[in-house]
Design a protein around this ligand. Sequence first.
Ligand code: PHB
Length: 390
Amino acid sequence: MTTIRTRVAIVGAGPAGLLLSHQLAEAGIESIVIDRRSRAEIESTIRAGILEQGTVELLDTLGGFSRARTTGARHDGIELRFAGEGHRIDFAQLVGRAVWLYPQHEVLKDLVAARLAGGQDLRFGVTAVRVDDAASDRPRVIATGADGAPLEIEAEVVVGADGSRSVVREAVSGHRTGYFREYPFAWFGILCEAPPSAEELIYSNSPDGFALISQRSATVQRMYFQCDPDVDPDAFSEAQMWDALQARVPGTTLQEGPIFQRDVLRFRSFVAQDLRKGRIALIGDAAHTVPPTGAKGMNLAAADVVVLSRALRALLLEGDERLLDTFAETALGRIWKAQHFSWWMTSMLHVTADASEFDRRRQLGELRSVVESEAGSRYLAEAYTGWPLE
Ligand code: PHB
């Protein structure tokens, strides 16, 4: 059994864990990051792609390692499309802020490169099994190393940044899991080789269901259409996927091209019962999950990091526990706002099989209330581009 001693043990090398280790290192606090996955898997798994302005500013602290502003694309608005017409939500004009389209796996490549260049202890293929001595001030992560040998990490603080199937969560929330909501639909996502069909993202509500037209580059596009959560993605032909997409963005003709990747994203809203117990804290998807419609997942993880890293600096540099004591309450304020926004965007844009004619007409009234009112549009712009960070 190998034992490692460090100040902060971070389980999970996703955006939350890597960004936290970076911020701690900036403050001179040593940490270790472990992840069950390989570096190649982390850097290639396709996830969502929108960064709030505040998230891009946090990544700026990586110096030359962040390519968000150079490889990513700034978007000053989105289009809401319904009843056959598009309506632009002009972020620049409404709130003077923007978002960046920069896929999560690219963010991860930047974070991994920066952490390794900084001499960070970052270990792939290491699986956390559980947290022991959770109630003490020396909690331990019990893990299995990449070689299969047992590994133990003793730290002053353990952070669970290990995603929606978090192992660390067990030590914080126990069997009282949390607050859930399931949705009766999912997104069918595709990557295709084609020129962009639009310069900005189109969030489209149609009688056939929702579609999102997103982009990746001049030659690769990302699009989604609402589907049944149990569909088999392989049962669709390319023609069927294009028919489904085209039908859901009436008024726009999509540029088609070979589809080289497809996946089904299930929808779920979740907030863990507790985000912290003693010296153990949860951040990112370990603490909460949002449906992808509001593009909040990675941004909420970054916001958790800001609150936790400040609390850990106070604790580990000054011995002041007060910010750690209020960490959960502070983080939950933003988490529930983002939960509401993600649920709201989802319910306003998707079509459910049991919707009555009343529901359908009310939904169009809701969409009109947003696009025809400056106050309505501004709420969307403010939430989408991101509330101020702590
Ligand atoms: C994406 O481009 O993958 C994307 C963009 C916006 C969302 C979700 C996904 O709300």
